[in-house]
Design a protein around this ligand. Structure first.
Ligand code: NOJ
Ligand code: CA
Length: 705
């Protein structure tokens, strides 16, 4: 029986307001308080308090426009409305099945006191674990459209927080995280980066989610929710005053950053506020601030583990391109580059299908299957190059799909657009129709390189619309999207569940080829408390051949093997890659057993411990089986973690198989030292787990029948 959404909306008060006193709204448990009023020059401001301590001090709100006066001063509060909301909604797949959505709302309706008397509202939703607010512009006589040059949203903090940040790059999120006091943020020093195909850092600003830890243990994370038809927001940093201020991503082609016609509203500006690091991960603020599922039944997509023709290209063993190109008449012409190293051949893909079928893995990603890769990387004229329906001659798509179907393995489509957005938009109907014809329900998209049309950036309004339109169009063909080089996740997966996963961070691929040493051991213990708060991550874990010296002497993965296993639990995604080569898995079947068993869709999630940038332990219960899986990871420091299994069901017994760092394990000196033990556990069991430097622990906890 389904028991969903119990809507309990009650308008508590609605009144005209003569005096411009401060309006207050509290979280359901009264811990968080937001005050809103008019301050200097009758400008709107808000203040956030936690247990009566000021967290965000008087911070002003407003807009600047092209060809119109700013909208920030000389306002009056026309009316105020409050409401409470408490319901539960279901995720079709996710970190948990049921999500509680409980908040108090304050809507402050504002109007200019002089002509043109423009009107807008600021709406706050205050939850126990944070808040969101947005601007709403109703239909009105004197304002039909706006060209926003800047949104003036401030976050005026009161101390020099320890901050985990990446620069406010308008074109990519694939930066290493920095840990500095707020006052020492220097995003401009991150401008030169030889490993990025595109980058643009115009301001001393950070991208979101940006997470902060205060002296008394307060944890804050700033982000946005429901980014639709607007620009992504970076946060400009005033290092002298601990102030953050919105800086929207712009365009070189326009003298404004956002164009909207009224009525419209902005995305939610969000602040997660918790007493500890684990509660940040448990917070559902971002998804809760999004609208409910608009797609209805999405059971055509099933969460899955997948393998793929992928890592071998990043290692340089095979290539995306076939080495031949088509002439004007459609004949294949040897460009003189034919090398016989093409990865996406029928035979190679069948090898991945066989391996996947044997190991409880339901998908195979095939990159480099389609024409256009001869022109891959570093070329200017990218429009019209990639074709999303024409396979290379050595790839028999129909045969491969049929073969997969027989073995219960589906093929995952790949669309690398190389940021030629017009070519992709034009071909989408044809490309998705082809997928529908073959019963392919998911595609990995890619946007490497500077955006075409020139002058646009990955995170500006033009691209936000491109990414969102792609998701909506794909849904019509029952296609789910896993975007690389994407816009950041803002919880839209609630509204469009076919937004299954995305990159939007420095992924595993950097370990294969970056010239800066790859992702250091602290990378993922930071990511879990920053990027992961925004939504699912296609990190592509599970590299067993950690050093891969036979391919690349100067690159390696900077974790132990045990940590690679733990990532299947720690990092959430409904598509989780087993990224390594088949032969590397076949050389270590004992460790592979964990990947074979681990779930990808969860009934509930418990974050057992953690500190931002240091370590984290997460346990998740698989939907439909009652089995649990636990993952713990640490940074470059070894540590011992006391684990209490009280999350298990009372009275049940389980068989736990523990995959942990061996005595001599170390991410660099001895990454493959793995110890596997099996024992019975119940909800009374406690255990001390030792994690090596850069190490981890993965445990499968299978319910005894
Ligand atoms: C970058 C993506 O992140 C990577 O996964 C993919 O293999 C290449 N682009 C090629 O599309
Ligand atoms: Ca990438």
């Amino acid at each position: 029986m389904k028991k969903i959404s119990l809507l309990l909306m009650s308008i508590l008060a609605f009144y005209s307001c003569q005096k411009e006193e401060v309006k207050t709204i509290s979280s359901p448990n009264n811990n968080l308080k937001v005050e809103v009023g008019l301050g200097q020059n009758k400008a709107p401001f808000y203040i956030v308090k936690k247990e009566n301590e000021v967290v965000v001090d008087t911070s002003y709100l407003g807009f600047e426009f092209k060809n119109a006066p700013a909208l920030k001063n000389n306002l009056r509060i026309v009316s105020v409305e409050t409401a409470s909301f408490d319901n539960v909604w279901e995720m079709p797949w996710g970190e948990q099945e049921k999500v509680i959505n409980n908040y108090n709302e304050l809507r402050v309706n504002l109007q200019e006191t002089a002509t043109p008397n423009r009107k807008f509202s600021v709406v706050f939703k205050v939850y126990d674990d944070g808040l969101g607010f947005r601007y709403e512009f109703p239909k009105q006589e004197n304002l039909k459209e706006v060209f926003i040059t800047e949104e003036q949203t401030a976050f005026n903090l009161t101390e020099d927080y320890k901050t985990f940040w990446i620069p406010g790059d308008w074109d990519i999120y694939e930066h290493l995280y920095n840990t500095t006091p707020l006052s020492k943020i220097d995003a401009l020093s991150k401008r030169n980066h030889s490993n990025l195909a595109q980058t643009s850092i115009p301001n001393n600003a950070v991208n979101t989610p940006v997470t902060m830890v205060g002296k008394n243990g307060l944890h804050l994370s700033f982000h946005e929710a429901a980014l639709v038809d607007y620009s992504g927001m970076t946060l400009g940093v005033d290092t002298n005053n601990f102030n953050l201020k919105s800086i929207l991503v712009g365009s070189d082609n326009k003298d404004y950053k956002v164009h909207r016609t009224l009525p419209f509203h902005t995305p939610w500006r969000t602040i997660q506020v918790t007493d500890n690091a684990p509660d940040l991960i448990s917070s559902n603020l971002i998804v809760n601030l999004n609208e409910p599922n608009k797609l209805g039944d999405v059971s055509w997509f099933k969460p899955m583990k997948y393998t793929g023709v992928w890592w071998e290209m990043h290692l340089g063993r095979s290539s995306w391109d076939y080495g031949m190109t088509k002439d004007k008449n459609g004949n294949w012409v040897d460009t003189g580059k034919a090398h016989g190293r093409h990865g996406a051949t029928t035979a190679n893909v069948k090898k991945f299908i066989d391996f996947s079928a044997k190991n409880n893995i339901n998908g195979v990603l095939v990159e480099g299957w389609n024409t256009g890769w001869e022109h891959w990387i570093g070329f200017e004229d990218r429009e019209g190059v990639f074709d999303f329906v024409t396979p290379y001659p050595d790839y028999d798509m129909e045969e491969v799909i049929k073969y997969g179907k027989e073995k219960g393995v589906s093929i995952i489509m790949h669309h690398e657009t190389s940021s030629g957005t017009e070519t992709y938009t034009k071909q989408q109907d044809k490309a998705f129709a082809l997928m529908k014809k073959y019963g392919m329900h998911s595609v990995k998209t890619g946007y490497v390189g500077k955006i075409l049309p020139k002058g646009e950036f990955h995170h500006g309004q033009y691209m936000v619309n491109h990414y969102n339109n792609t998701v909506e169009k794909a849904a019509k063909y029952q296609v789910a999207i896993n975007a690389h080089e994407p816009i950041k996740p803002t919880g839209l997966r609630r509204t469009y569940p076919n937004t299954i996963s995305r990159e939007g961070l420095r992924g595993q691929e950097f370990n294969a080829w970056s010239s800066d040493g790859g992702n250091p051991p602290e990378h993922l213990p930071i990511v879990a408390f920053t990027r992961m708060l925004a939504g699912p991550i296609d990190y592509t874990p599970g590299i067993f051949n950690i050093k891969f010296n036979e391919y690349k002497k100067n690159n390696q993965v900077n974790t132990t093997l045990a940590q690679q296993l733990a990532l299947y639990v720690v990092i959430y995604s409904p598509v989780q890659m087993a990224a390594d080569l088949v032969e590397h898995y076949e050389a270590n079947l004992k460790a592979l057993q964990f990947i074979k068993e681990v779930g990808v869709d969860w009934k509930q999630t418990k974050v057992l411990n953690g500190e931002v940038g240091d370590y984290v332990t997460i346990a998740r219960e698989e939907r439909g089986t009652g089995n649990w899986f636990l993952g713990a990871i640490t940074d470059e420091n070894r540590r011992d973690l006391e684990i209490n299994f009280s999350f298990l069901e009372e009275g049940e017994s389980y068989t736990a198989t523990i995959y942990k760092d061996g005595k001599n394990a170390h991410w660099d000196k001895n990454p493959l030292d793995l110890e596997i033990t099996t024992l019975k556990v119940t909800n009374k069991t406690t255990m001390n787990l030792h994690l090596a430097a850069g190490g981890g622990v993965a445990i499968s906890i299978l319910k005894n029948k």
